[in-house]
Structures are given as C-alpha cells and as structure tokens.
Design a protein around this ligand. Structure first.
Ligand SMILES: CC/C=C\C/C=C\C/C=C\C/C=C\CCC(=O)SCCNC(=O)CCNC(=O)[C@H](O)C(C)(C)COP(=O)(O)OP(=O)(O)OC[C@H]1O[C@@H](n2cnc3c(N)ncnc32)[C@H](O)[C@@H]1OP(=O)(O)O
Ligand SMILES: Cc1cc2nc3c(=O)[nH]c(=O)nc-3n(C[C@H](O)[C@H](O)[C@H](O)COP(=O)(O)OP(=O)(O)OC[C@H]3O[C@@H](n4cnc5c(N)ncnc54)[C@H](O)[C@@H]3O)c2cc1C
Length: 670
C-alpha cells in the first residue's frame, strides 16, 4: 500500500471493533437492498470519470469564474445523466434524490440547475394539464429549455396572497400581460434565474374581466434561446453575494407589460377560457401551492442526507484526532473517547436516521394523498399540509443546529472550507428559511392542531397523526411516566396535547375578555409555535420508533441491537432536553430523571465502539463528502497539507503586494 491509499491506523482499528453488518444498515436506510444496489450503480456510472475534481478549488475563484465553472460542471453532469445514467435507471429517475445527491460530487456549493429540476419541472408536472405537459415537459427534461421558480418578490415571500406581479388577460389577442407595477413587485431570490434560466414559472395575481382571482402560475420565456438575451419587456439579473448558494445565480426579474400566450397559464387547477371566463379550481383553494408541498416533503430527506454527511466527517475526524491527556504521561486519547464529544455526535447519527425514516414515511403519505386527489378526494390534504409544514420546519432547523455542532466537534479544522462543514451549514441553514420560514410553517401546523383539538373536544374521531388528542379527552390528569419507548412517546404526545389545550384556552380567554379572534390568535402565537413543535417532535419520535421496529424485524441480532440503541438514545436525549415539559405534563419524578440521565450515558458507552461503523453505513462516497477531514481513509493531516498546495496565494514565495504596499509602509517614517 502506498501512503496515498493507506488507511489511518486509528480508523482501521475502529472498523475492526465494529460488531454489526454495515451493509444491512445501509440497506435499511436506503429503503432496501435493491435501492442500495441501484444507488451504487448510479454513483459508479456518474462518478467514475472523476469529473468532480477542480484544478483550483471553487472557493478560490472570483464570482464570475465560479459561476462559469458551476455551469461547466452542471453541463458535464447533465450529459452524464442524460447519456449514461438514465440509460440504466429510466427517465422517471431524472429528479430523484439519488441523482441530486450524486451531483454533490460536482459542487461544493450549488448547481445553477438545481431549481430547474427541483421546482420548475415539478411545477409543470403538478400544475399543468396533460396537454400542457406534452408541450413543456419533454423540452424541460431534455434541457432544451432551462427553468426557474419565480414566486418570491422583493416585498413578499411568506405572504403569497400579497404578491404584486400582475397577469392581466387580454381576450383580443388571447394573451396575458405580465407587469411589475412597483419596485417591491420585482421577483427576487429565484435560483438559476439571474444568468442561467431562459424560462421560469412565474406566480402572479390573475386579472380577467376586470376581476382579480388571486395568485396563479404561468410559464414564461424570459431569454432568447439562441442569443440568451433577455426578451424585450423583461428585466433580469443576479441579486449578489450571499451566505451560501453563491453558484446558484439567484435572480431578480421584472416585467414591463410583457405578453405571453393564454395557454402559458398552468391550467390543471383553474382555467381562463378564450373569452376571459375564469373557471375556478373545483377541489381545493390551495392546490396552486402544490409545488411547495412537494418540495417541503423532499426537504426532510435533504436534511437527513446533509446531516449524515456532516456527522460522517466529524466522527471519522474524531477517531483520527488525538488531543489532551487523561492522566499524566498517558497516550493522548482519540477525541471520540470523550463522552462530551459522543454527546455532540451520536445524537447527530440518530437524528439522521430519524429524519431519513420519517422522510420515507412522509413520502409514502404524500403519494397516497396524491392518489386520493387524482380520484377527486382532497380530504387528506390538510393533514399532509400540516405534516409537511412542521416536518420541513423541524428537520431543517435541527439539521442546521447539528451540522454546526459537527463543525464545533472538529475544532479549528472544522472552520476550514476544505472540511466542507461550512458549505454544508450555509446550504442547510437556508432550508430553514426557503420553501416557507420555520415560524410561519409551524403556525400553519398550529391552525390544523387547534381545529383537530376542537373536533376531539366535541367527541369526533380525528385523523391518525393527531389521534392522541382523542386520548387526551378520555384520560384524567397527568400521563403516567413510563420509561419504555412506547411510554416516552405517549408522554410526548401528552405534552403536545397539553400545549395545544393551553393555546385553545388562551385564545378563548382572550376572546372572552374582549379581543377579536385575530388578535387572540396573534397574542397566542408564541405558544402556538411551541405546541406545533411539540406535536412534530412526537410525530418524529413515534415514526422513528415504529419504523425501526418494522424494518429490523428480520435483521441480524447485532443490527437490531445497535439500531435499538440509537433510537433509545434519541428518545432519551429528547426526554432529557424536555424535562420541564415532562414534569408539567407527566408524573415523572426527580428519580426518573436521574435514571434517564444514567441510561443516556450508558447508551453513549454502548454506541461508542460502533460509531465509525454507523457513519460508514451512510455509505457516502469521498467524492460526495468532499472533505479533508472526513474521507474514508482518514488521511486528515496529509489532505490538509495537499490542499494548501492548491492555494493560489502560495504559488509565489513573495506576494506582489509586498513591493506595492508593505515595503513602502515599512520604509515610511512616523
Ligand atoms: C430534485 C430535487 C431534489 C431535492 C430538493 C433539493 C433542494 C430543494 C429544491 C428547491 C428548493 C430551493 C429553493 C427554495 C425555493 C423557494 O423558496 S420557492 C418559494 C417558497 N415560498 C414559500 O414557501 C412561501 C410560504 N408561504 C406560504 O406557503 C403561504 O403563503 C402560507 C401558507 C404561509 C399562507 O398562505 P395563505 O394563502 O395566506 O393561507 P392562509 O390564510 O394562511 O390559510 C388558508 C387555508 O389554506 C391552508 N393552506 C395553506 N397552504 C396550504 C397548502 N400548501 N396546502 C393545503 N392547504 C394549505 C391553510 O392551512 C388554511 O387552512 P384552514 O383550514 O386553517 O383555513
Ligand atoms: C437561498 C434561498 C433560495 C431561495 N430560492 C427561491 C426560489 O428559487 N424561488 C422563490 O420564489 N423564492 C426563493 N427564496 C425565497 C424564500 O422562499 C423566502 O425567503 C421565504 O419563503 C421567506 O420569506 P421572506 O423572505 O419574505 O421572509 P419574511 O416573511 O419577510 O420573514 C421575515 C421574518 O418575519 C417572520 N414572519 C413573517 N410572516 C409572519 C407571520 N405571518 N407570523 C409570524 N412571523 C412572521 C418570519 O418568521 C421571519 O422571522 C429563496 C430564499 C433563499 C434564502
């Protein structure tokens, strides 16, 4: 073995200690052996050309060079996908998470094509009629047209009903006239819009026959397909440097009485006829928000995957890194041996599992609701909206906090861009805001919870994810504390029920004392966010536990044991995090809390020998991890030194600025 492919001895030892079958866990996380094999096949085809490697790491490039480089790599990757990967996987895999994640090997930051596949194509699939799809979809999938999703404006992101861009129907020419009447009506933020896209989905207020019918979606060509020049009446550009997403050319867009054909309105859920008659969406008023629901569902899996990357980096690094002395003169321990380090990292492994299994479950729920809606039944949509809203909010928020924790766990080296942890953080922290801000989405879930509470109060049976509310009305007093997984979950459900109940009481009291409903709701929103968070925690705990029980039924004993230890760690961690709530809503005692703490510390000890095996089971290739600290071989220090050689500042022994500025300064007199 050369030093280049030699595995770090500490990491090799960790792998020898691992007592479970790593592949078995990978299969569970991927959703089955076949899925793992297909993912590996895709990765082999897409990555074996080594196309990801930049001669100069992208962080050293100027804004222009970075963008051009991102486009170059996006085209390379798209050609590989079109010509090689889809040959083996089929076109239906075009937008699949596996392909998006494989693409991470090409970009430390973001592909300018991400929103094309992430939202433009889904908006065509979800919002267009079959006839419209036949016109647009093949061209979009073949990249003959490249799209963005332009909804947010300079003045409004959250409040979609407040968007100002107008689309006014002109029956004379059978066209819509798009217009940006104010500075705040300019579209702002859309990924890929600034420099790359030649089309976009535009969300605008629809006017026909002198009446406004609210926001609707339109497909709009914004650039010439030959010259790429913005079309007359279109003003488009890039919004400037951001915390992350710097290769995603997020853009602005304004229209000056810009005309598009009538059939460019996405007409699956509402239509404007040739004479201007508006035909209302028959089934549900919010179906035009469907693309957002789809993306929120996929973001739970994204949160899991990015957290899995971060914790793979941090655990491998913590096995390689030795620091301090436990006793005078003793060998320096691996930092992974410190219980405080285990406390930082094992919860991240467990959370990545919890979110991955919840994401699959949510995806199944989403497809079931879609199937019902195809049959004309929209009854399950409110529950899906409430679930996808809170799960998106919590998974992105927790993943953000834990990725930062992984960075802290890597000390100074975690601050290096080459560790990839700062990029991961910058990417994931944005997911807490985009596709619906954290607070705003939890308040959407709270609306659903208050309604469900009122139904349960009146004796009606409520939908499955809030079924615990029915129990709330049949049991008296605090929930009996019980340290079994099912017991902990029941207590978390009681916490949620108790908090929702307090919200309802607050709202009612405020109304009784003279407030109108809107103000009473507004004054209760701090509690409502808290209640929605508690509900969502209980959903995640419940789903994670149920899925582990179901998926490990036929697993080997050691896999069962280690996955059980992780889920128990997760349940215990959250019980300890929420002791205040447990004291308020259950019979838990001081003694029970002491026991929980001991149980938690014992779980850290039990998981420790399998920690590296557990992150290996995420099976994330080095090309995708893109980290000096987290590679499979653990050559941390060598890679940090190799990276230094790529630094353009080190190309010449003396920097020109020395002669230009430093030397004159040194020579000048005070
Ligand atoms: C291949 C790719 C793979 C992976 C993906 C990887 C990366 C991700 C890809 C792309 C993402 C990248 C960038 C992000 C792009 C964006 O950010 S696009 C812009 C997103 N914008 C938002 O999310 C805005 C958030 N705001 C809203 O959703 C709404 O305005 C609101 C819900 C907050 C409020 O809407 P209103 O119309 O005012 O409604 P309301 O009065 O509050 O509620 C009325 C009733 O309607 C119900 N409702 C609201 N929304 C929905 C919905 N979506 N579905 C079903 N029902 C809904 C609401 O609950 C109310 O019901 P009641 O019964 O209580 O009356
Ligand atoms: C990296 C990135 C990429 C993006 N990509 C796209 C894209 O491709 N296409 C697109 O259309 N958009 C995109 N966006 C925009 C994004 O969807 C919005 O920024 C997001 O929905 C939040 O809206 P806002 O910016 O208007 O925030 P605001 O609504 O102004 O929020 C500001 C604060 O006010 C609070 N707040 C707002 N309303 C309420 C309320 N009703 N109750 C309580 N608190 C409230 C929020 O909680 C938040 O703390 C992107 C954003 C980012 C950061």
């Amino acid at each position: 073995m050369t030093s280049k492919n030699k595995i770090n001895e500490d990491l090799a030892n960790e792998r020898r200690k691992c007592n479970f079958n790593i592949e078995e866990v990978t299969y569970i996380l991927d959703g089955g052996k076949e899925k793992t094999l297909q993912r590996k096949k895709i990765e082999d085809v897409a990555l074996n050309g080594g196309a990801s490697v930049d001669d100069i790491p992208e962080e050293y490039l100027s804004a222009r060079e970075r963008y051009e480089n991102a486009i170059r790599k996006s085209c390379i990757y798209t050609n590989i996908v079109k010509n090689e990967v889809l040959e083996i996987t089929g076109i239906e895999n075009y937008g699949s998470p596996v392909l998006r994640r494989t693409g991470d090997a090409f970009f430390k930051d973001i592909s300018p094509f991400m929103l094309h596949l992430g939202m433009f194509v889904p908006s065509i699939i979800g919002q267009c009629t079959a006839e419209q799809q036949a016109t647009w979809l093949p061209r979009a999938l073949d990249m003959k047209i490249i799209g963005a999703y332009a909804q947010t404006e300079l003045g409004h992101g959250t409040f979609i009903r407040g968007l100002e861009t107008t689309a006014t129907y002109d029956p004379e020419t059978e066209e819509f006239v798009l217009h940006s009447p104010t500075i705040t009506s300019y579209k702002w933020w859309a990924g890929g819009l600034g420099r790359t896209a030649n089309h976009c989905t535009v969300v605008a207020q629809l006017y026909t026959q002198g009446k406004c019918h609210g926001t609707h979606l339109f497909i709009v060509q914004i650039r010439d397909l030959e010259t790429h020049m913005p079309l007359p009446g279109v003003k488009v550009g890039e919004i400037g440097p951001r915390m992350g997403f710097n290769t995603a050319d997020n853009g602005f867009l304004g229209f000056n009485n810009y005309r598009i054909p009538r059939m460019n309105m996405m007409m699956k859920n509402a239509q404007v006829l040739k004479d201007g008659t508006y035909v209302k969406a028959a089934r549900h008023g919010k179906l035009t928000y469907g693309t957002m629901v789809f993306v929120r569902v996929t973001l739970v899996g994204e949160a899991s995957f990015n957290l899995a990357k971060a914790v793979t980096i941090a655990v491998r690094y913590s096995a390689v890194r030795r620091q301090s002395e436990l006793r005078p003169g003793s060998i320096e321990p691996q930092i992974l041996d410190y219980p405080t380090q285990q406390h930082k990292l094992f919860i991240c492994i467990a959370t990545a599992h919890a979110f991955q299994l919840t994401a699959s479950w949510l995806w199944n729920t989403f497809t079931a609701v879609q199937a019902e809606m195809k049959k004309g039944n929209v009854d399950t949509l409110p529950e899906l909206h409430a679930l996808s809203s809170c799960l998106k909010a919590l998974s992105t928020s927790d993943a953000t906090a834990y990725i930062e924790q992984c960075r802290f766990a890597c000390g100074g080296h975690g601050y290096m861009l080459s560790s990839n942890l700062p990029f991961l953080y910058a990417f994931v922290v944005a997911t807490r805001t985009y596709e619906g801000d954290y607070t705003v989405l939890l308040l959407q879930t709270a609306r659903f919870l208050v309604k469900a509470w009122e139904q349960a109060e009146s004796g009606k049976v409520v939908t499955p994810t809030v079924a615990y509310l029915n129990r709330h009305f049949t049991t008296n007093g605090k929930m009996i504390w019980d340290n079994s997984p099912e017991g902990i979950i029941r207590v978390f459900q009681s916490v949620a029920a108790g908090k929702i109940s307090l919200c309802v009481r607050s709202i009612r009291n405020r109304i009784t004392s003279g407030m109108d409903h809107e103000d009473a709701w507004l004054m209760t929103t701090v509690q409502l966010v808290n209640a929605a968070e508690a509900h969502c925690r209980s959903v995640i705990l419940h789903t994670y536990w149920n899925e582990i029980v179901r998926l490990t039924k036929h697993s080997s004993d050691n896999v069962k044991t280690v996955l059980n230890q992780l889920v128990m760690l997760y349940l215990t961690y959250w019980a300890l995090e929420r002791t205040g709530d447990l004291l308020r809503y259950s019979t838990i005692s001081e003694n029970d809390i002491d026991l929980l703490q001991r149980q938690y510390e014992e779980l850290l000890v039990k998981i420790r020998p399998n920690a590296v095996g557990l992150v290996d089971a995420f099976d994330i290739r080095d090309e995708i991890l893109q980290s000096t600290l987290g590679s499979y071989d653990g050559r941390v220090y060598e890679r940090l030194m190799e990276e230094v050689q790529k630094n353009p500042l080190n190309k010449e022994p003396v920097d020109p600025s020395f002669h230009k500025y430093l030397k004159p300064l040194m020579k000048s007199k005070i």
